[in-house]
Design a binder for this molecule. Sequence first.
Ligand code: M6R
Length: 357
Amino acid sequence: MLKEIFEQPDALANTIRGRLDPAGGTAFLSGLSLSPRELAAVRRVVIVGCGTSLHAGMVGKYLFEKLADIPTAPEQAAEFRYSNPIVGPDDWVIALSQSGETADTLAAVRESIRKGALVSGLCNVVGSTIAREAGRGVYLHAGPEISVASTKAFTAQVTALLMTALKLGRTRRLSFEDGDRLVKEISRLPELVGKVLEGNDAIAKVAEKYAKADDMFFIGRGMLHPVALEGALKIKEVAYVHAEGYQAAELKHGPIALLSEKTPVVALLADIPGKEKTLGNVQECRTRMAPVVGVVTEGDEAAAAAVTDALVIPKTCAELSPIVTVVVLQLFAYHVARLRGCEIDQPRNLAKSVTVE
Ligand code: M6R
């Protein structure tokens, strides 16, 4: 797991390589095999996946809606396949799967094809069943992911979705200037993730303080909400800590009853709209004596002062904040698991690919 976390700058460089078009302020994604006219005709995007891939798809919703003004529905693949889904020729179904072999995601692809939707796969494993059956798509090129806990596939999926949203946006109302800004920022991604990895020792130190906790909460707003879910999933999988991810605003609608000095809250405080409101939620947690670990942007003194322990990420735009934030959470989960003496690369009850229902 640690090896794959540290491979992320190279993995992302490979996901991005040859796919940015600075002259057009857009992305080249030839595997999609969709003309601008076909892309412009899409009325709705549905993103299907499971586990970490579902969380990447949930980030994708925010990216597609923000950059391309197109309604986007992330769907858990098993729920989707059995819901007699309402999809058709105006819908673009994007199947996310690292392995390309997850049974429920594959079934969602088959059902969408049956119903006449446009279908694409975003897979890591070249030649996998989902990639073949979808017939068109984007390979992540993140390199083999062996660890059961998915890490580099998530950041590569979000990056691929971001480039897809950029391309779709440029067939609609996204201006060249905004596209150009994103192209420049995406090309910095490997360097930004490299900076997060330099904080490994600091993250390990903070993990020492919380490694004995039996319960944790992860909170975030907007596109950081799925990252909160992903942080909670990582620590469940490898450290066997009971953890829940919530929209920051939802905490006070019930879960706050569980907070005490024994329940650390990890608050995602990157610079995106709504951060000030999340800071308000941090205050509510601290009033209940819960220690708060904040993932904060470098130089954001107010956010750092509001939390018990601050873990720092480099400055970037909102669209890239899920990627830099999740790397902190991957390392945090890894260190908590290591300190609890867990078999990180052989987590109990889990398999790398879920090829049965
Ligand atoms: O290969 P896939 O991306 O389709 O796998 C989906 C999930 O089974 C997978 O992400 C799972 O949740 C991981 N163990 C998460 O770390």
